[in-house]
Design a protein around this ligand. Sequence first.
Ligand SMILES: [Zn+2]
Ligand SMILES: [Zn+2]
Length: 344
Amino acid sequence: MKAAVMTGIRQMRIVDLPKPSIKNDGDVLLKVAVVGVCGSDIHYYLTGGIGSKYVQYPYLAGHECSATVEAIGKKVKHVRPGDTVAVEPAVSCHECPQCKMGRENTCCNLKFLSVPGELSGCLCEYIVMPEDCCLPTNGRVTHEQAALCEPFTIGVYTIQQSHLAKGDKIAILGSGPIGLSCLTAAKIQSAAGVYMTDKLDYRVEFAKKAGATWAGNPDKGDVVKDILQREPLGADIVCECAGQQNTIDQAVEVLRPGGVLMLVGIHESDRVGFLINHIRRKEITIINVRRQNRCASRAIELVASGRAEIDSFVTHRFKLEQAKEAFDLVADYRDGVVKAMISL
Ligand SMILES: [Zn+2]
Ligand SMILES: [Zn+2]
């Protein structure tokens, strides 16, 4: 089968790999249809690693995908050959203490598509996944929407964990696909004001078009002042989706006392600082988001029912042969890119 593998920093090549086969009775062989290029893929592309996870070349990226069921193991019950599925990239064991607590996203034996040392990625024609990672779309969403549901689910989970109540004011720092997913989920939960920032002007404009109450660029003005001018009491919730020290500091400044700081972004450095006296005096709650837990079906339902409009996030489409082009575009934030999708 064809696959787009990384062979070094900023290097990618189309190669022929052996087609995987079903090994366990609960496995499903999937023909990959569409793969979204994620910020984490780009981290691997540009730096060869995230935190302590370093890639070994050749490395197969990709974890946001939709697929068609090609074949099923003997014990598979919920999907059949021909079904379209959204793929949940996290394979949890369902047996460890974390899984038994309902925390599959922090499963002690978690394996995630494309994470070095765990599972190889989905930028290839076929993958094998356990049945519970195959979420049937019942023809209600397109392949592209099904692939987009993976990042959208992070937004749905983030807003769920923030306990956003109707009428809350929320700031989202970082207006990439995850920030926009938080925006979409927050609006569905009837947030009264959504304030967004990004260092890229085109993403500031994109956030406005996507429904932000206000959006601004922290390099062009004082976004903390701008937001507090509009919301003098401060934000109830801030989602930090940029993974930067600056945005953590801005979040603390923008939050009202008793507010909630959601840490969503992936940081380049292993250590960050907090304005500890601000956090203490304001009694801010800090919640970390580890991908998502048990929100995938809800995300698919929100898209299928039309309540969540995420199609507009897709700004660029490529074929597998153009994978390098897609990665370069996203890595360089060229041509107004928000989400690039690769179809097989
Ligand atoms: Zn992703
Ligand atoms: Zn587990």
